[in-house]
Ligand binder design. Structure first.
Ligand code: NAI
Ligand code: NA
Length: 396
């Protein structure tokens, strides 16, 4: 079978195993090129198969030589359907890690459930004893609450008033106005339940209770702030409320971790093309202007560059971990630089279907989007017959 990208709306229905493998290899090579990091040795990554979580796992393993357990929710290939990209990424990651003698095992299931938490704890107890870093990098539109059985759905809506601004369909390059009606209280509450800090806190409670956190262990979740143009729909919208909750939860978790001398942090990361961010209105237009600006200035980063810098220059630099006035680690510092934001704000005013090819990096956006699914990589023969069933070796 020759696997081609099949787009539907904000997702691609197919993924390429060899391309996903190439993506993982490229990220591994990048981390290796930056040298060793004196950091965590036993790492649990929740949301480990794509985006920032995958990059965190790769940096842990190939930067710090860490043993990793990865948790994710992905689908293997089935009759006439490819696996999801995170499946292929994880298979490739394990293969490369095992080749270098690094411990790597994965659990595929719903991280919000009690069962998966129990499975992970059993695995840690059996294989690693304890972990010294827990990365929490879930992005999900839904959460089945383990205590109530209620399925909560998150929304991406403004709060208080209707929001209208420019957006781009990155497939066609068409810039248009999008109008989003404000959220009601249920929308806000549900988004906080799905993307806020409750599940992170439940994970940490379970890990503390089971005594599987090493002395001085750290845990980290990821947040976003971003520019004024996306504020109404992002940071001051429903998802922003969830991020406020996530950030507040870090302080509560830190208190609970005092017993093991540990600490919880939130890292504010850069806006990047991932499956999660492509679905948010307005963000793709902002990202295409941001990419253009940051590439021109020579400070563009992808997930792996962000995570490698987070580990080497924030978490494990040998200095005290620097945080902002709200206790957050800032690795979005280059995105938020005044010269970058001023230029993006100026470009924003000019953005139209006609101007975007010149003032924005739509090509870079599309390339990154294709890359998420294993397409568009150099060194991959996309005309070759690709029939093999790809297994994640630790998942039986
Ligand atoms: P992503 O969509 O690439 O990764 C999500 C991960 O969560 C995948 O590994 C997926 O398998 C896993 N997952 C989803 N539902 C699950 C479930 N029920 N059980 C187990 N695993 C599940 O997302 P991305 O963009 O890497 O986001 C990770 C975090 O980073 C999120 O908190 C996001 O808000 C944050 N972030 C993202 C930014 C961006 O521009 N993409 C910017 C700053 C922060
Ligand atoms: Na992730």
């Amino acid at each position: 079978m020759i696997i081609e990208p099949r787009m539907r709306g904000f997702i691609c229905l197919t993924a390429h195993p060899k391309g996903c493998e190439q993506n993982v290899k490229n990220q591994i090579n990048y981390v290796k090129s930056k040298g060793k990091i004196e950091g965590a040795k036993k790492v649990l990554v929740i949301g480990a198969s794509t985006g920032f979580g995958l990059a965190s796992r790769i940096t842990s393993a190939f930067g710090c030589d860490a043993a990793t357990i990865g948790v994710f929710f992905e689908k293997p290939a089935s009759e006439g359907k490819t696996a999801t990209p995170g499946w292929y990424n994880s298979a490739a990651f394990e293969k490369e890690a095992h080749n270098e003698g690094l411990y790597a095992k994965s659990i595929n299931g719903d991280a919000f459930s009690n069962e998966v938490k129990e499975q992970v704890i059993d695995l840690i107890k059996n294989d690693l004893g304890q972990v010294d870093l827990v990365i929490y990098s879930l992005a999900s539109p839904v959460r089945l609450h383990p205590m109530t059985g209620v399925l909560h759905r998150s929304t991406l809506k403004p709060i208080g008033s209707t929001f209208t601004n420019s957006t781009v369909d990155f497939h066609t390059g068409k810039v248009s106005q999008v109008t989003i009606e404000p959220a009601n209280q249920d929308d806000i509450d549900n988004t906080v339940v799905v993307m806020g800090g409750e599940d992170w806190s439940m994970w940490m409670d379970a890990l503390i209770e089971a005594n599987v956190l090493a002395t001085g262990a750290m845990t980290l979740a990821y947040s976003y702030i971003g520019p004024e143009v996306t504020e109404a729909v992002y940071r001051k919208g429903t998802i922003g409320r969830a991020k406020d909750h996530l950030e507040a939860t870090a302080f509560e978790i830190s208190k609970k971790m005092e017993g093991v001398g540990g600490k919880a942090y939130v890292s504010v990361n850069k806006a990047l093309v991932t499956q999660a961010s492509s679905a948010i209105p307005v963000i793709p237009l902002y990202i295409s202007l941001l990419y253009k600006t940051m590439k021109e200035k020579g400070i563009h980063e992808g997930c792996i560059e962000q995570m490698q810098r987070l580990y080497s220059q924030r978490l494990y630099s040998g200095q005290e971990i620097p945080t902002d006035s709200k206790g957050r680690i800032r690795i979005d510092d280059w995105e938020m630089r005044e010269d970058v934001q001023d230029q993006v704000a100026a470009l924003w005013k000019e953005a139209s279907t006609e101007t975007l090819p010149a003032i924005g990096d739509l090509a870079g956006y599309k390339q990154d989007f294709l890359n998420l699914f294993g397409f568009g990589f150099e060194g991959v023969d996309y005309q070759a017959d690709t029939n093999e069933l790809v297994d994640i070796s630790s998942i039986k």
